[in-house]
Design a protein around this ligand. Structure first.
Ligand SMILES: NC(=O)c1ccc[n+]([C@@H]2O[C@H](COP(=O)([O-])OP(=O)(O)OC[C@H]3O[C@@H](n4cnc5c(N)ncnc54)[C@H](OP(=O)(O)O)[C@@H]3O)[C@@H](O)[C@H]2O)c1
Length: 304
């Protein structure tokens, strides 16, 4: 297949590009910079305009682009960028893709479990109603943005992604320094539920959803084994052979991070329905063994 991908330079996108190329697909990276590198086509996230000549005929699109939500305190301007780069950018891109002489057959698009808002101990699956709050509203608009492609018959998959784990980037990389210094610990009450998936498994979910016609609509791209924040930090401390007892009270996190602390304090307890129903088997479904596998691999990379 010839597959276009937005957000290809990101933490998830880089690994997706590698996997798709290894599977023999031709990948066109949709980039925002006017970089005429081979294998790229320019797109404008504000207008959705795409260099269609460079894009050529495509079978599928993987859409991962979006302003990083953990990239700094949520100032008014940053919140605007977080929102604009999801709902409106997706709508604009999908309008352009829908107007192509041959629209893509499949769109696999990132969404987030943040769509459920703060839900305590409630077990959430694809049928659960979305929640409230800034991230929930952003994610609702993000999924709705694919409407022009849905309307023209494209199979659209929304991956509701939880915390993606790999030591080379994302949330886990940011946690490593405090934990290695022995100053890691539970956040807030530590009772909030944390959904998670390794980047390795997320890439497998993305390539599976591209190829398998049964995937359509919202898909919880999470392991069926969420943990509480307290369990998560205990497992991370154990994997790094460091103490992880130093708590960070919710008020201190709110003071330090402002509204961005929602990312750490909100509780979502996902139980995926679609992935198990379609026979998807996670390579890493338990947090302890996931950490052990990831750190063993990064040590091997560091010493080779
Ligand atoms: N990582 C996680 O734990 C996690 C959890 C839930 C959901 N997700 C979602 O999954 C997607 C991929 O995550 P990631 O961790 O790979 O993200 P990332 O590392 O922040 O990369 C996102 C990519 O989006 C593009 N981008 C950045 N700012 C943008 C803007 N203002 N407008 C349009 N595009 C912009 C960039 O690619 P170019 O420069 O190449 O355009 C960037 O490399 C994101 O949409 C993210 O929200 C991730």
């Amino acid at each position: 297949m010839r597959i276009a991908i937005t957000g290809a330079s990101g933490f998830v996108g880089r690994a997706v590009v590698t996997a798709l190329q290894q599977q023999g697909h031709e990948v066109v990276r949709l980039v925002r910079s006017r970089d005429p590198a081979a294998g790229t086509a320019h797109w404008d996230a504000a207008t959705g305009a795409v260099d269609t000549a460079a894009l050529g005929a495509i079978d599928s699109v993987v859409h991962l682009a979006g302003e990083n939500v953990a990239g700094g305190r949520w100032s008014k301007a940053r919140k605007q960028r977080i929102a604009d780069s999801r709902g409106p950018a997706t709508l604009a891109l999908c309008r352009t893709l829908a107007s192509l002489p041959k629209p893509p057959r499949v769109l696999v698009a990132a969404s987030a479990i943040g769509i459920y808002g703060d839900r305590g101990d409630e077990v959430l699956d694809e049928r659960s109603a979305p929640g409230n709050g800034f991230l929930a509203d952003v994610a609702k608009a993000w999924e709705a943005g694919a409407e022009p492609l849905r309307a023209c018959g494209t199979r659209v998959v929304h991956l509701r992604i939880p915390m993606v784990l790999d030591p080379s980037g994302g949330a886990l990389q940011r946690m490593l320094l405090p934990f290695r210094l022995g100053i890691g610990g539970p956040l807030g009450s530590g009772r909030q539920w944390v959904g998670w998936i390794t980047r390795h498994d997320l890439v497998r979910v993305i390539t599976t959803a591209l190829a398998d016609e049964r995937y359509r609509g919202p898909v919880l791209a999470t392991t069926p084994t969420p943990v509480t924040n307290r369990e998560f930090v205990r497992a991370l401390g154990k994997a790094l052979h460091r103490p992880a007892f130093l708590p960070a009270p919710a008020f201190a996190l709110r003071l330090l991070l402002g509204e961005m602390s929602d990312l750490l304090l909100f509780s979502q307890r996902p139980r995926p329905g679609v992935l198990p129903a379609n026979g998807f088997v996670f390579d890493h479904a338990q947090i302890d063994t996931a950490f052990a596998a990831m750190f063993a691999r990064s040590e091997r990379t560091a010493t080779s």
